[in-house]
Design a protein around this ligand. Sequence first.
Ligand code: ATP
Ligand code: MG
Length: 301
Amino acid sequence: MKLNERIRKAHRFSKPYRIEDGKRFRLADIDPEDTGGLKSEDKPRAQEALQAGIETLAELQDRLYAQDRWAVLLVFQAMDAAGKDGVIKHVMSGINPQGCQVASFKAPSAEELDHDYLWRCQKFLPERGRIGIFNRSYYEEVLVVRVHPEFLQAQKLPASLLGKKIWDQRYEDIRNFERYLGRNGVLIRKFFLHVSRQEQKRRFLERLENPAKNWKFSSADLKERACWGRYREAYEEMIRATATREAPWYVVPADNKWFTRVVVAAAIIDAMGALDLKYPEVGKEQRAGLAAAQKALREEK
Ligand code: ATP
Ligand code: MG
């Protein structure tokens, strides 16, 4: 299949999950168990599609790198155990490590708390020609910080700035920041891996029962799980306020890992495919230089 055809397919496949105008978005409209009409017997076919998607991504990334004009920023947000790490590992597995960087954002350090909240993220923005992945991001500032007001208190902001409008102001600043990046050649796609509460429980239990997975469980996970409803509200409001045409959110059903991965790969292919990435063209003068180099090498004793 030609690259263009693969890109068109990826577009059709990922579109149902793309939110680019959040005004009417409701989290309840997307079912975490959704598999886009595919059944579990289609799983092998989906896995083949993922493999093909991974190869397509590698091809697009090669062009991105060679062209050296655009950068791609992929933001991943989710509740614990929704599968962020697995998606990053699988979907990016075909990509040349030289052209890709992953940054994980945890609770901020003392140094980070001494700066504005975008500071630590700005340091990890991808260079032109590269793909940057944010495993959590500045969006935590309107999620975990909103759900736990004590984190906001720890941010050392002047008291007069801690008004009721702070969340709307943060949404606005994030929108502007993303627009600024877009205008500088950074293509942004944001993914919310939408897992259900039951599926999270199942995965936690698996982590507790399987000694090889024990390390993935943290007692903080249950504390956050207890705030499920408030996280849902924060996610919904965040997506409503920050989904834009230039930097859309993908709300990806995450109860079936095989499906999540295909949707994420398709969404990235769709976005990068629209950039019309091309290998730099070799001009007349350069071509003459290449021919001379070829001749010199051939004639070398
Ligand atoms: P995993 O659990 O899959 O290993 P993770 O991304 O959940 O990966 P953890 O080390 O478990 O990583 O958790 C990081 C924690 O840091 C998350 O609970 C997240 O909400 C929190 N965090 C991230 N940014 C901030 C922030 N700005 N303020 C407070 N907490 C934050
Ligand atoms: Mg965690």
